[in-house]
Design a binder for this molecule. Structure first.
Ligand SMILES: Nc1ncnc2c1ncn2[C@@H]1O[C@H](COP(=O)(O)OP(=O)(O)OP(=O)(O)O)[C@@H](O)[C@H]1O
Ligand code: SF4
Ligand SMILES: [Mg+2]
Length: 241
């Protein structure tokens, strides 16, 4: 595999009424050819802004630093003409919030077939067949089985055995509508910090049940914990025994 997109040190500062505010801070990642890459985080954590920066669609007055290598060029430095050539033809953005476009309580099959059934008058079996084709197109494994699943089971499959306390907390917060007996919803306590007053040390420490003294003062470095995994946590409470 070869690297398609290589983002290093991406930092975005937005203009606000009370002055510039850094909302994306030193983000690094690489996306390999053919790879599906996901970013997870709470509302306001900077997912959309980090992608708008690559698409060069930030609000006027924003500033960006870092690099985003794509096809031998740096997306962050493309001149308008080169930018127009890449955008649309090679880079596209779907302006939709998947959490609101998929209903957590309805199966994937129901949500993918309802539209074709009501708008095109397709039969139940024709609609299911089309839904399977759509899932195959986006390379979802075992599409017939996937149709009977719920939205959260997709993210569960992507992030197997998360090791970072924040990733664990995000996945624990997904609703499980198929669970018997109405299990209580789990939430991360408190709210995400505002980018203006980010806690010292690990930004998650005021809300993390595993925080240590070190978490409060020192930013955890990102270290490779296996061939495929990087982790930034002083405590690493889910380290395999
Ligand atoms: N146009 C803007 N001007 C000023 N601040 C903004 C603007 N757009 C977003 N922000 C701020 O930037 C931060 C990151 O927002 P962003 O929309 O990237 O979050 P997100 O992770 O995509 O959240 P969500 O899960 O709700 O989509 C937030 O603090 C938000 O308030
Ligand atoms: S560094 Fe500390 S506060 Fe941050 S995730 Fe790890 S245990 Fe929690
Ligand atoms: Mg967003």
């Amino acid at each position: 595999m070869s690297t398609l997109l290589d983002v290093q040190g991406l930092t975005v500062t937005l203009p606000t009424n009370s002055g510039p505010m850094t909302v994306v801070d030193d983000v690094d990642y690489a996306v390999e050819q053919g790879q599906v890459f996901g970013v997870a985080g709470e509302s306001g954590s900077g997912k959309t802004i980090s992608v708008l920066a690559l698409m060069r669609l930030l609000p006027a007055g924003s500033s960006t630093s870092g690099t985003a290598r794509y096809g031998g060029q740096d997306l962050l430095k493309l001149r308008p003409r080169a930018l127009r050539e890449v955008r649309g033809a090679e880079l596209a953005m779907v302006f939709q919030d998947p959490l609101t476009s998929l209903h957590p309580m309805l199966s994937i099959g129901k949500q993918l077939t309802e539209h074709v059934r009501s708008h095109e008058g397709a039969s139940r079996s024709a609609a299911s067949k089309r839904a399977v084709e759509l899932l195959e197109e986006v390379r979802i494994p075992d599409p017939e089985h996937a149709l009977r699943g719920f939205p959260h089971q997709f993210s569960g499959g992507i992030l197997t055995s998360p090791r970072h306390p924040y990733t664990r907390a995000l996945l624990d917060a997904l609703p499980h509508p198929e669970a018997a007996g109405g299990t209580e919803l789990v939430a991360i306590p408190g709210s995400p910090p505002t980018p203006r007053a980010r806690p010292a040390g690990c930004a998650f420490h005021p809300r993390c049940p595993y925080a240590s003294e070190q978490s409060r003062v020192e930013v955890p470095p990102l270290v490779a914990v296996s061939e495929t995994r990087l982790l930034a946590c002083h405590v690493d409470p889910f380290r395999p025994k």
